[in-house]
Design a protein around this ligand. Structure first.
Ligand code: GLN
Length: 233
């Protein structure tokens, strides 16, 4: 599984997800602690942040540690809403920027940790930017959001449909529209840390107390008003 992380709260730089914490995504790219599938996340990485309400995105197919421009970019990219992912490509999936999270559509940015049979997700969307399973899953979510359905309903509906088609699917999703975050725990770990905002991550970014595990098969919603976790049944 890849690793992802997001922040919603007062303005911070992307380094707070990547390189400031002792176990940020830079460290998790070569030494994840809780990863059950895959050993390193060296097949690419992606950053997303908001310039006001406008999403900005940067994706590469190289390991995050090997991009000499990354430290400068990560410290200059400052926002109230940040998302980042490091990738361990599933066997058979292409290594290309279009297969790398965060996927984007309109105001939305999305990351997927996991694996899903493409026969289970292809019927859920008309097209995707890559043949990668995650790109199809993203397209399934974006199609429904574009139709105006609420994120809190779209994510459980897509996860249910995908897992019906592939009961072994692992479907940890992280989605933001800039003013709120949503995340699904479905087959892999997910943690939150509440401070003056909310951190969400596949695994804790540091050893501070206060990290809470989100139960499997649940939906986390975070907005400036607070955080809720509800089961997906
Ligand atoms: N299946 C996705 C990919 O190939 C996600 C992989 C993962 O979570 N390790 O990119």
């Amino acid at each position: 599984m890849c690793r992802h992380a997001a922040w919603l709260g007062p303005v911070r730089s992307l380094t707070t997800l990547i390189s400031d914490p002792g176990h940020g995504l830079l460290h998790q790219s070569y030494a994840p602690r809780l990863q059950k599938y895959g050993t390193v996340n060296a097949d690419g990485f992606g950053f997303g942040w908001y310039d006001g309400s406008r999403p900005v995105r940067y994706r590469r197919t190289v390991p995050v540690w090997s991009d000499a421009n990354m430290p400068g970019l990560a410290s200059a990219a400052r926002s109230h809403c940040l998302i980042a992912a490091v990738r361990s490509a599933t066997v058979g999936m292409p290594i290309e920027e279009t297969a790398t999270a965060p996927f984007a559509d309109g105001p939305w940015l999305l990351s997927h940790n996991g694996r899903v049979g493409r026969e289970a997700v292809r019927p859920l969307a008309a097209d995707a930017e890559s043949v990668c399973d995650s790109a199809w899953l993203a397209a399934a979510v974006f199609t429904r959001l574009r139709d105006g359905l609420p994120l809190a309903g779209v994510l459980p509906a897509v996860v249910r449909a995908a897992s019906e088609g592939d009961p072994e699917a692992r479907l940890n999703l992280l989605v933001t529209g800039g003013s709120h975050l949503a995340a699904v725990a479905w087959g892999d770990t997910l943690f939150t840390h509440l401070e003056e905002g909310v951190l969400v991550a596949s695994e804790p970014l540091d050893d501070r107390p206060g990290w809470r595990a989100v139960p499997d098969r649940s939906l986390l919603l975070a907005s400036p008003d607070g955080v809720s976790v509800t089961p997906i049944d």
